[in-house]
Design a protein around this ligand. Structure first.
Ligand code: DPP
Ligand code: ZN
Length: 858
């Protein structure tokens, strides 16, 4: 497959001002008549050839200006039409079988309904079209089909006419806003709506509807509430108002992504719509709120201003992730949201940035764009814009975004356009900052405090590691919020924002009698790793006293990380290990007893650094050693602090269920207590978890208890898993949890359990949520996936080979865990590599999987 390069961009030779689509809908056969008004693009180099992209389409007929079309040819899957004049009308008829579309791109069938997914290049599976984001067109659509089968017919924009014709009915929709083809959507099926309204700041009344299958209606209130709050927040914080009279959201259970921001008609994975206390955890509720907001915010950052080409994806995704993060921060706890965002960044993006798939937030080339919907483009992209916000401050940042929205409304823009608007609107000099768009890799900052007499020097060093195709890097501007704590008072004298933009830099401080304690990258102002020269006792001090909650969390993480990395590397003798554990135990005991901390934050402070994060800290990781030490510490803490954990659990158990912060916090620390106790006092934990399971009146408590029980042998394990299945049989999203809990379990036989679950009648490769619930969970299971025999790696490779012909986009996502081979100890490294090579040798691989496997081996 060909490599597509950013530098090769050229504007399209033709404009498509109007697109008319006529769908004759059927689950097994749908016929599409597309009528395109095309005219020469005065801004592009002229070409008589109109390239219309296709993917697996069969052309039934083609007309130019109503006549048989003389000059056409196929070029692979694309249709090339040669045109003499400056303006023409092209009519194209295609027909296909949506029920056979297992890729879930284009028009596909899900549970008897029809729906579309067109981003990035799915529209070309519906009709021949210039399927690229810089071709904006006004869409008018007519669809018709059996009324009994498809009572609800939806598309973008406004419904302009409906009618009946025997057993069939039809609807016409018109979207007044020109848009690229990837934002096109159509839904037809048996759906019911939760309806509400929202009045915009300009006084427009918007009819809101969330469409689901009949039995799911009662689980849509949280999504509706989140939508209304998003609309209001975007008006208040970014000055953005909604621009149509209706806003529809449809939930579908077969979906590759989380959700899709099609203009006026969002299509969502049910996972990010449905939530109630009995079936959704607190994390699920937050996920619904965040994704509803994200897709809504795209209406401005993505739809009104879209991307010129797919290399600019972070223009809409990075910015929109930042917008949804700021929204969630305002709706809940700022510190807890920030910690959660950073955990995702470190757990997914940092490993990506240090592995074979590393790429800048604005990539330079790809074979298959679906592979670039990555944590780098999304989460690091958000961090890059957040840094601009930190440097400008919220008011000036708003001036920058105002200018961007005003200047580029209605356009297909570039990252460079955004940067320029920020420079002018926010008054920032971003010359050197542009490196963040070009360079991959996570910068490392080394910090040490040098003190003599009364002068103090903070010495900073920056390095950006080499990544594939980028051996040499330049220093980038890294904004770091810093505070120095005075040992005499236990306080700092105010924080400052340091822009570290060189390879080396020194900053002087006066007036400290003793060397101060450094608190750096407070609030995580920059997506970098920090190596600071600091004593464990000082980390313990910051973990107990830092007034920046993120820095406090960070100190605690650092304290534990250092210990576990040294222990896994066999660098600690028994005495050193014992004293480090004592220090960590003391710090955790302080946190458990600190009345100034709320439970939501306490829950964060109690989380041990993840296996992935720990593995990232060393060049060649031994997953077994890391797992052994991490579990060993957990067990020691669980035994040592048994009384404190038991008391915390019993205190938190008295808080009744609600969605307020105190109650969510209580549920979080309850699970934490069980997790530690399960490791250190399993008999106590088993009894407590079983009681929590049986008494649960919400999914957070129930799933938390189930997770703990699933890792401990005993009759309670069997009973809880059986009860959970019977209780929720038929509810796909909850049964997904049942699969995940077992696949992720610490149980020694997890591999055998996963094999058995793959044969369970409820398992299917056709549903991406179900596949992920079993195998993504398994690939994240540190002891099972990394079994020394290589069995775990083989299972993931088998899955990729089986899934690739069915759903390549989802299959390719499973290559990432195997791509870590270069960062593992030699034995496992060879076993992983062997599996990648086995996949590479397969007869026929999708472009998606081929690209990921070759990059991973490269
Ligand atoms: N629907 C996906 C998202 O919102 C891709 N645009 O991120
Ligand atoms: Zn998005």
């Amino acid at each position: 497959p060909a490599i597509i390069r950013r530098e090769d961009y050229t504007p399209f030779a033709w404009l498509v001002p109007e697109t008319h689509l006529d769908f004759e809908l059927g689950l097994e056969s749908t016929r599409v008549t597309a009528t395109l008004k095309v005219e020469r693009n005065p801004a592009a180099e002229a070409s008589p050839v109109l390239r219309l992209n296709g993917d697996g389409l069969k052309l039934e007929s083609l007309h130019c200006d109503g006549e048989d079309c003389a000059g056409w040819a196929m070029d692979g899957d694309d249709l090339l039409v040669t045109l003499e004049g400056d303006a023409h009308t092209i009519t194209i008829v295609t027909r296909f079988d949506p029920s056979a579309n297992s890729q879930l791109m284009g028009l596909f069938a899900s549970n008897g309904m029809l729906c579309t997914q067109c981003e990035a290049e799915g529209f070309r599976r519906i009709t021949f079209f210039p399927d690229r984001p810089d071709v904006l067109s006004t869409y008018t659509l007519r669809m018709s089909g059996p009324k009994a089968q498809f009572p609800v017919l939806l598309s973008n924009g406004n419904e302009v006419a409906t009618g009946e014709d025997g057993d069939n009915h039809w609807a016409e929709w018109h979207d007044p806003w020109p848009k690229p083809s990837y934002l096109f959507a159509l839904v037809a099926g048996q759906l019911v709506a939760n309806r509400d309204t929202f009045t915009t700041m300009g006084g427009r009344r918007v009819d809101l509807a969330i469409w689901v299958r009949e039995g799911d209606l009662e689980r849509t209130d949280h999504a509706m509430d989140s939508l209304k709050r998003s609309m209001k927040w975007d008006e208040e914080v970014f000055g953005r108002e909604y621009d149509l009279d209706i806003y529809n959201i449809v939930a579908v259970s077969d979906f590759n992504m989380g959700a899709m921001e099609n203009k006026g008609l969002n299509v969502f994975n049910t996972k990010y719509v449905l939530a109630d206390a009995d079936t959704a955890t607190d994390g699920d509720f937050d996920g619904v709120e965040g994704v509803i907001a994200h897709e809504y915010f795209h209406n401005w950052s993505g739809n009104r201003i879209t991307c010129r080409d797919w290399f600019q994806l972070s223009l809409k995704e990075g910015f929109t992730v930042l917008r949804d993060q700021l929204f969630s921060q305002d709706m809940g706890s700022e510190a807890v949201c920030r910690i959660g965002d950073v955990r995702v960044l470190r757990g997914v993006q940092f490993p990506e940035d240090s592995g074979p798939l590393a790429h800048p937030i604005r990539p330079d080339s790809y074979r298959e764009i679906s592979n670039f919907y990555t944590s780098t483009v999304y989460n690091k992209g958000a961090e890059v814009i957040r840094m601009m916000r930190s440097m400008a401050g919220p008011e000036r940042f708003r001036k920058g975004t105002d200018l961007y929205f005003e200047r580029h409304d209605g356009e297909a823009a570039t990252c460079e356009d955004f940067i320029r608007a920020m420079e002018e609107g926010a008054g920032l000099d971003l010359e050197q900052f542009r490196l963040w768009y070009r360079q991959a890799g996570t910068p490392k900052i080394e910090a040490s405090v040098l003190h003599s007499d009364k002068t103090t020097l903070l010495a900073l060093k920056q390095s950006v590691p080499p990544t594939p195709g980028q051996p040499d890097k330049k220093p980038m501007p890294v904004p770091l919020r810093i505070a120095m704590f005075d040992r005499a008072t236990g306080q700092h004298r105010g924080e400052q924002l340091v822009i570290m933009d060189e390879a080396q830099k020194g900053i002087n401080f006066d007036g400290f009698a003793e060397p101060p304690i450094l608190s750096i990258n407070r609030g995580f102002t920059a997506p970098v790793t920090i190596e600071r020269d600091i004593a464990d006792a000082d980390l313990a001090f910051l973990a107990a006293h830092d007034d920046d909650p993120f820095a406090r969390y960070e100190a605690m993480q650092d304290l534990v990380t250092r210990h576990l990395v040294a222990a896994a590397d066999n660098r600690l003798d028994d005495a050193a290990k014992a004293s480090a554990r004592e220090a960590i135990g003391q710090a955790l005991a302080n946190i458990i007893g600190d009345e100034a901390v709320d439970d939501l934050m306490r829950g964060e402070l109690l989380v041990l650094p993840s296996q992935t994060y720990l593995a990232e800290q060393v060049l060649l990781a031994d997953p077994a050693a890391i797992h052994r030490e991490r579990e060993g510490l957990k067990a020691w803490l669980g035994a040592e602090l048994e009384d404190l954990f038991t008391a915390m659990h019993s205190r938190a158990s008295k808080v009744p269920y609600s969605l307020d912060a105190a109650a969510k916090g209580a549920r979080k620390v309850k699970v934490q207590a069980l997790v530690y106790l399960a490791a250190g006092a399993p008999d106590v934990a088993r009894a407590m978890a079983w009681e929590q399971y049986r008494g649960a009146d919400n999914m957070t408590d129930r799933q938390g208890a189930l997770m703990v029980l699933a890792g401990i042998d005993g009759i309670e394990r069997t009973n809880a898993l059986l009860d959970f299945y019977n209780r929720y049989e038929g509810n796909d999203l909850v049964i997904d949890k049942w699969f995940s809990v077992q696949a992720q379990s610490l149980h020694p036989n997890a591999i055998e359990h996963v094999k058995a679950l793959a044969d369970h009648p409820d398992f299917t490769l056709k549903n991406p949520n179900r596949v992920r619930s079993l195998y993504m969970a398994f690939a994240a299971n540190p002891h099972a996936f990394h079994a020394a025999s290589g069995e775990g790696y083989r299972m993931i490779a088998d899955l990729i080979l089986q899934l690739d012909p069915i759903n390549p986009q989802t299959a390719a996502r499973f290559v990432t865990p195997l791509g870590r081979w270069r960062r593992l100890e030699p034995g496992r490294s060879a076993l992983m590599r062997e599996q990648l090579e086995r996949i590479a040798k397969a007869d026929k691989l999708s472009r998606d999987t081929y690209e990921q496997v070759t990059r991973s081996l490269g």
